[in-house]
Design a protein around this ligand. Structure first.
Ligand code: KIV
Length: 262
């Protein structure tokens, strides 16, 4: 999928939308050659690429560099970029400067966590011609307020609030909505209540699509095994074993061979 029209088309056709995060050129080339529909250059880059404990360490320069690299590697995929921590909370001018940098780096849309009806940034960005993806449920940029990575929308009030916020985000012009770590029933209700597609992560099977973090679905982090994650590769062990084999070959003078020499 190259453009936002693909998003609308898949939703209308009732075909689930597959997204993955991506942060670097080499991985982007693989995603570009895959059946994945769209890419998010997420602020999870702060954790999986830079080793920080949360996404609050992502900043605009970091994400712009990742967007540029991913765009070079994946010219054929629709690319959404996260607005990093507080990038849309310091006034409209600074918000729009951040949007400008992400779009000029190669993103075609931005994702914004949460909703503050007193902050008119989402309608303004949309009216400026930039598609916005909403993000409700667990919003990791608020990890210090939430107190950890915990399922959201579990009681009736919290459920009603997420449903209400989802409708407002649709009214504000969001073209899709990420639902993170919410009960499957709630995600289904939100999906039924909206015309725009919902994209789930830890939100059950009844959303319009799914997103996973590239490194997580490839099993690159041996320790990270949340309930919602399915690992499609044991990347950590496969890569470590290949490195061990290479190291053994070097030490036993098995590499390089005469065919690998000039
Ligand atoms: O940054 C990220 O990886 C995300 C996804 C979890 C949706 O925002």
């Amino acid at each position: 999928m190259k453009t936002i029209r693909g998003f609308h088309r898949l939703k209308e056709a009732g075909e689930p939308i597959s997204l993955v995060t991506c942060y670097d050129y080499t991985s982007a080339q693989i995603v570009n050659a895959s059946k994945i529909d769209a890419i998010l250059v997420g602020d999870s880059a702060s954790m999986v690429m830079h080793g920080h404990e949360s996404t609050v360490n992502a900043n605009l320069d970091m994400l712009v560099a990742h967007v540029e690299a991913v765009r070079r590697g994946a010219p054929d995929k629709f690319l959404i970029a996260d607005m990093p921590f507080l990038a849309h909370r310091k006034g409209l001018e600074r918000t729009m400067n951040a949007v400008e940098k992400l779009i000029q780096a190669g993103a075609q849309a931005v994702k914004i966590e949460g909703l503050d009806i007193e902050n008119p940034c989402i309608p303004h960005i949309v009216k400026s011609g930039v598609p916005v993806m909403g993000h409700l449920g667990l919003t990791p940029q608020s990890v210090h307020q939430i107190g950890g990575w915990v399922v959201q929308g579990k009681d009736q009030d919290a459920e009603a609030l997420i449903l209400e916020d989802a409708k407002i985000l649709e009214d504000q012009g969001c073209f899709s909505l990420v639902l993170e770590m919410v009960p499957a029933d709630l995600a289904q209700n939100v999906t039924l209540a909206l015309n725009i597609p919902t994209i789930g992560i830890g939100a059950g099977a009844h959303t319009s699509g799914q997103i996973l973090v590239f490194q997580d679905l490839l099993g690159m982090n041996a320790e990270f095994k949340p309930k919602f994650l399915r690992r499609y590769l044991n990347g950590f062990e496969l890569i470590r074993d290949s490195l061990d084999t290479y190291s053994d070959d070097v030490k036993m003078l098995n590499f390089p061979s005469s065919e690998e020499s000039f």
